[in-house]
Design a protein around this ligand. Structure first.
Ligand code: GDP
Ligand code: GDP
Length: 435
């Protein structure tokens, strides 16, 4: 099950600061198109071997002060519906405010699993100040300082305890394909185009989460689950905060799938938000293909329009460029079925296991042709390579001095693996092991 943590609380208590501690990594995404920097509000993290995603709700609150409170209420409600766990952040320095009480009320009524976090406890003297938060009725506060990191390790230990172990391999072998992308790129239209062309839809059931739509699609040689993040908002007026809601749904869908079809709008090209989704899928080590939809709207298609368009996308998604890119139109149904073929192919690539003998036959030559450059006078000898048994491809290269292999040499090995074997659309891991 995807495990999604939402950080909630009123403005200025330190939610984004805590988010950056938990999610780390790239701090911001730059929207090259609009020329603006926007904060990154969701990320993927690991602690004590447990994996989870984190969303900072505060990042979606925009506008003037008087709409703040409404926005917060809405976001807490969505977080209660969609997240697996809430981190309810309060400010130990300021103490309890009416807004804190209101948020606590919503959480208590929904009986949502929550950890109360008293932030800004920068020194032990402030611990006493945090005691009053117990009266909010959502448990003992965890005292932390997001600024200096005090207490955050303990908080993460507690979070990790609540994240279930990786689920065992499911009985149902059908590939799980998620169709993700920004609002209005055409996800629902694509689903309709797919389901419309075939009558063999077996089930259309509500998924594990409220509102999630998983459709088992059988036809044209395929048998797969389509995980749909679109269309839901049309059925419910409750979710007015579109961006935040769609982000929550997208994260869940990505964590829940084997392969993501990331849809972009041909008119807009690939944007920062698309890249953020791409990043998330890659970090989760899911299969990925990119669908450029509304291709019917692109006029004056010359011979190399597709090639140039594709190249622009690959530049943006670098260094992970080995991803199928398909130009489709949900309206004219151009290449709609091909999209399913590509999803299936990526799924198979992700499950591909190369026999050790074959792998060494190819890769030992590759290594002989270009040995790891010596670092600090140390010479690395790679003796053999093996693909480990795992959900996504991991290649272990056994050598005498694993710590002396540079990232650029690992990239060389990855590129060669991709050249010789079909791992298109699949994040692969190259790791050095001591032998
Ligand atoms: P958000 O609006 O809840 O996301 O809050 P921010 O993360 O933007 O933080 C609001 C302010 O509180 C900023 O000026 C932060 O530097 C400050 N802040 C955040 N965490 C701490 C902390 O642990 N200690 C102190 N002293 N200040 C903090
Ligand atoms: P979603 O929010 O991603 O599910 O997007 P929708 O499927 O609701 O589509 C958003 C808008 O784009 C609608 O007006 C669609 O009619 C339009 N649209 C979707 N696919 C195509 C396409 O292939 N070509 C054109 N011209 N318009 C499309």
């Amino acid at each position: 099950m995807p495990f999604l943590i939402a950080i909630v609380g009123r403005p200025n208590v330190g939610k984004s600061t805590l988010f950056n501690r938990l999610a780390g990594g790239r701090p911001a995404i730059v929207d090259a198109v609009a020329g603006v920097t926007r904060d990154r509000h969701y990320g993927h993290s690991e602690w004590n071997g447990k994996q989870f995603s984190v969303v900072d709700t505060g990042g979606y609150v925009q506008g003037s002060d008087d709409i703040f409170e409404d926005e917060i209420r809405r976001q807490v409600k969505i977080a209660i519906d969609e997240a697996s766990l809430l981190l309810f952040v309060v400010d130990a320095f300021e103490g309890i405010t009416p807004m804190d009480e209101e948020v606590a009320d919503m959480i208590r009524r929904a009986k949502k699993k929550t950890i109360l976090v008293a932030n800004k406890v920068d020194n032990p003297d402030r611990i006493a100040m945090a005691a009053e938060f117990y009266s909010l009725g959502v448990g003992e506060p965890y005292c932390i300082s997001s600024i200096n990191g005090a207490g955050t390790g303990e908080l993460l230990d507690e979070v990790a305890k609540l994240v279930p172990d990786e689920e065992p391999v499911v009985e149902d072998p059908a590939p799980r394909i998620a169709i993700v992308g920004r609002p209005n790129v055409g996800k629902s239209s694509l689903i309709n185009a797919i389901l419309g062309v075939d009558k063999h839809i077996v089930t259309n059931i509500a998924g594990t989460t409220r509102d999630s739509i998983n459709t088992r699609f059988k036809g044209f040689g395929h048998d797969m689950w389509l995980i749909d993040t679109a269309g839901l908002r049309r059925k419910t007026k409750v979710h007015e905060d579109l961006e935040f809601y769609s982000v929550m749904r997208t994260i869940r869908a990505i964590e829940d799938c084997d392969v993501c079809l990331l849809m972009i709008d041909a008119k807009d090209g690939i944007e920062a938000q698309d890249l953020a989704i791409f990043d998330l899928a890659q970090k989760n080590r899911k299969g990925i293909a990119i669908l450029v939809n509304k291709w019917d709207l692109v006029e004056n298609k010359e011979n190399n329009t597709i090639k140039e368009y594709e190249e622009r996308i690959r530049e943006r998604i670098a260094p992970f460029r080995d991803v199928p890119i398909l130009f489709v139109s949900a309206h004219t149904k151009q290449r709609v079925l091909k999209a399913l073929d590509v999803a299936q192919e990526v799924y198979e690539n992700r499950s591909r296991h190369i026999a050790t003998s074959k792998l060494n036959e190819v890769m030992l030559d590759v290594i002989a042709a270009y040995e790891p450059p010596s670092i600090k006078g140390k010479y690395v000898k790679i003796k053999y390579v093996q693909q480990l048994h795992s959900a996504t491809p991991i290649f272990a290269f056994f050598c005498n001095l694993p710590q002396y292999v540079s990232d650029s040499y690992k990239r060389y090995l990855e590129n060669k693996l991709r050249e010789h074997f079909n791992f298109s659309g699949v994040p692969i891991t190259v790791t050095m092991r001591k032998k």
